[in-house]
Design a protein around this ligand. Sequence first.
Ligand SMILES: NC(=O)c1ccc[n+]([C@@H]2O[C@H](COP(=O)([O-])OP(=O)(O)OC[C@H]3O[C@@H](n4cnc5c(N)ncnc54)[C@H](OP(=O)(O)O)[C@@H]3O)[C@@H](O)[C@H]2O)c1
Length: 289
Amino acid sequence: MTGADERRSAVVVVGASQGIGRAMATVAARDGGAIVLVARSADALAEAAAGVGAAGGEAFVLELDLLADDASDQLQAFLDANGLYCDVLVNSAGLGLRGAATLLPHDDQMGIVDLNVRALTDLTLRFLPGMVSRGRGGVINLGSIAGFTPGPNMALYYASKSFVRSFSEALHREVHRTGVTVTCVAPGPVSTEFLQKSGASRATLFRVLPRLKPDYVAERAWQGFRSGRRTVVPGAIAKLASVVTALLPSAVLLPLIDRLQRRSSDLCPCGSGKPYVKCHGRGGFWSRS
Ligand SMILES: NC(=O)c1ccc[n+]([C@@H]2O[C@H](COP(=O)([O-])OP(=O)(O)OC[C@H]3O[C@@H](n4cnc5c(N)ncnc54)[C@H](OP(=O)(O)O)[C@@H]3O)[C@@H](O)[C@H]2O)c1
């Protein structure tokens, strides 16, 4: 067992096998040092580790399902066994599902809460106290522009990202002046498998908004974090969207998002088995009720 003061600092990237997390690991590796890559897919993790090595970092790979009850204990044990401590935590593992909450499978929706909210909170609360006592490091939590508004037809995802934003911004304030930063990164659509897996790519909203590259998001996120920023909204369109959602009244915003995230072939949430427009007609989109 290595003594705490002999341990090496590490950047721990959760959700590092692909997408934004993988890009974050590569960007962080440019500073040198240990990068711990955490996800479930062994082959994709090996590819990410090669990218970290090529960028100048030393990769440590942990295959881990964050939905396991003892996931954060397993991560801590892995760090201990390798003589590392978590200096920077990047929470990039996330799930989403487009569709009406009354029609989507219950367990899949609870999985969004378990991963996007519970696992992120568990890891943040586990590692943040050590960062504060050392007076350095911090946490980068992947939120979304979805965190700026409720999102009909993707309700759990938007709500989970509102949690991420609220939690991260509150922690940013709590730890200010300790040398530690908590940054919420809130991008719009990014070209990763997330868009297909969540079904978001089929919604008008995600088809009309331009997609950022994961490398760009990672660069902005890392720079913002290193500058002590509370929130990073990468890209001009996402910034505009965050302002517009703050200005529009809910009576306008909710029907608008409902409309932009619904496809005409979607079934009505009432359970009739009919398409939405056959139950409520197109005018229903703008109803206040
Ligand atoms: N893409 C977008 O348009 C977009 C926009 C705004 C915000 N975001 C947010 O950014 C974050 C990253 O998204 P992304 O686009 O990079 O998604 P992605 O390409 O689907 O990557 C998700 C990562 O999470 C890991 N993961 C998923 N479930 C896991 C589990 N149970 N245990 C461990 N790891 C797990 C995946 O690895 P394995 O499958 O190998 O486990 C993968 O590395 C998410 O929080 C997402 O909500 C994405």
